[in-house]
Design a protein. Structure first.
Ligand code: FAD
Length: 507
């Protein structure tokens, strides 16, 4: 009616007789009362008597306060009357008492009726019993509180993701993971590690992401690595938008249950590390024998070649001596061949899916006693997650152990002050890059290529350090389609940079 002008009012009254107004108000399914300016009831409709239990005869002439249970806070009435006195409508909830003594929660709306002089002459009150609604709201709230308490008390982390990947519900354990891992969403870190294309799958078909007890390793710069076991399920979330009122429209959510299994895994890791230490030691011993024998054979070739040339020269001048020499040479060649036969070969390893961070951590673990003994400070900066690559784990461990051993040797010089080893892994486009940086004396520029030659060593030479086993290391890198490079580290020491393509193709 606010848009209706006074000039229009008689016209509308003509179309809608006053009697219809009265009947409409009387029969409305909402408790309606009209009071004077002091809240004395002048009119009450049928619904009013139904809701309050008072007949019209009992209620008309009484003040609205007779409905009050006198437990509604007085401040609420103060606000109500302050609004009404300012001729503003008021609405709120009050605790009322019916005639039969039953209490009910009333949702009340009061509008002042202002006359032509601007004076409030009456009030229009409309209320309904919302006790049941309130009960249901409380039931829902209690259930929510109960569920939240149970979820919060659970010793595992929960995270519910909407189709865009936003975490819309979590629990205390999840919040603890946020603090511990220093990441915004641990759920994303775990999913990134286990299913890199999870975002697309979540938007298109979240069922693809349903897994049970899949473990992800999360490495951190500081502190121990964490092992998180994830179980996921898809749940239907009903939409609360208005347009979903008449249909059960909803969207799927992905519920992740994440358990920290680090302690268990650490125990397994410890057992594995000591077994690994034995395997690496054995492999190193074999490699040392192999290299020693190969180097000896390599060096013996030289005098034998000299003998061979001498035989050619002597053949015409002194055939008898040449024949004797030839016999000696053949004997030596036979012995050398026998020597070649006994060179121990390492067993062929099968290619498996490898996590480079795991390899590096193994190497650090195995090298810890030597690092501690040499007083070397280790800065371990792993990529939080790395995609798995195909490779030979033992060979890769040998490779990085050789680089770490070289770094230790380089810095473990009497009087050498700065002893820092930095080991980092990173994902650079399609490549996994591992850097082993030391603060030793470094490698002279012109030795950096020679260092990869078989049997090259500079130990005991110029005082500058050069690594051993680099030709073997280069072989392992090449077998994995990668590249290895030696450079100067920021501290002036040696920087060994190894790169592998994630898809295993040669770089
Ligand atoms: P009251 O003495 O009535 O008032 C309490 C305080 O309210 C006073 O200290 C004063 O600050 C303020 N106040 C009271 N009357 C006025 C006034 N005329 N002008 C300015 N300030 C005033 N109350 C209910 O509990 N349940 C209802 O369903 C309900 N319906 C109402 C419907 C209408 C249309 C109106 C106008 C009022 C309604 N009231 C209702 C309010 C009711 O009139 C009382 O103010 C309230 O019940 C408190 O009553 P009381 O006896 O405890 O205190």
């Amino acid at each position: 009616m606010s848009a209706v002008t006074r000039a229009q009012a008689p016209f509308i009254e003509q179309m809608l007789p006053p009697e219809v107004y009265r009947q409409a108000v009387d029969q409305a399914d909402l408790a309606i009362s009209i009071t004077d300016a002091k809240a004395n009831i002048l009119f009450a409709n049928d619904a009013f008597t139904r809701v309050t239990g008072y007949s019209k005869e009992e209620i008309v002439g009484k003040n609205e306060s007779m409905l009050s249970n006198h437990t509604t806070p007085t401040d609420l009435y103060k606000v109500m009357w302050s609004d009404l006195s300012a001729q503003k409508p008021w609405s709120g909830k009050l605790l009322n008492r019916r005639k039969d003594g039953e209490l009910y929660l009333a949702e009340l709306s009061i509008s002042p009726v202002v006359d032509a002089t601007g004076k409030t002459t009456h009030f229009l009150g409309m209320h309904r019993n919302i006790t049941e609604l309130h009960r249901l709201e409380r039931v829902v709230a209690n259930q929510k509180h109960l569920i939240e308490s149970v979820v919060d008390a659970a010793p595992v982390a929960f995270a519910l993701l909407d189709p865009t990947g936003r975490v819309i519900l979590d629990n205390q354990e999840y919040k603890k993971l946020v603090t511990d891992l220093r990441v915004k969403e641990p759920a994303h870190v775990v999913l990134d590690s286990l299913m890199p294309a999870w975002r697309e799958a979540l938007a298109e078909n979240p069922q693809q992401l349903v897994v049970s007890n899949r473990e992800a390793r999360v490495d951190r710069a500081a502190g121990r690595a964490r092992w998180l076991s994830m179980t996921s399920s898809v749940i239907d979330m009903h939409s609360d938008c208005a347009d979903s009122y008449f249909c059960a429209a909803g969207q799927p959510g992905l519920l992740l249950v994440i358990a920290d299994v680090s302690n268990l895994r650490e125990e397994q890791e410890r057992a594995r590390a000591s077994a690994l230490q034995a395997v690496l030691a054995e492999e190193e011993r074999t490699a040392a024998i192999r290299e020693g024998l190969s180097a000896a054979i390599f060096r013996l070739e030289e005098p034998m070649n000299v003998m061979s040339s001498a035989i050619s020269v002597l053949q015409r001048r002194d055939p008898a001596s040449a024949a004797m020499l030839q016999q000696a040479l053949s004997g030596s060649r036979e012995h050398m061949e026998s020597l070649r036969q006994v060179i121990p070969q390492s067993p062929q390893e099968i290619v498996v899916s490898v996590n480079m961070n795991e390899i590096l951590r193994d190497v650090l673990e195995v090298s810890t006693p030597r690092l501690l003994a040499a007083g070397i400070i280790v800065d371990w900066q792993p990529a939080a997650t790395l995609p798995a690559i195909l490779g030979r784990p033992l060979q890769l461990r040998m490779l990085f152990k050789a680089l770490v051993d070289n770094a230790i040797e380089a810095m473990n010089i009497k009087g050498w002050k700065r002893r820092e080893l930095s080991l980092t892994s990173a994902l650079n486009g399609d490549c996994i890059v591992v850097s082993v940086l030391d603060s030793g004396p470094g490698i002279p520029q012109d030795w950096r290529y020679k260092a990869f030659e078989p049997f090259f060593t500079a130990k005991g030479g110029s005082g500058k350090h050069i690594g051993t086993g680099l030709s073997r290391a280069q072989q392992v890198v090449a077998d994995h389609g990668g590249i290895i490079d030696l450079d100067e580290s920021p501290s002036g020491g040696c920087a060994a940079i190894v790169e592998f393509r994630v898809d295993g193709d040669p770089i």
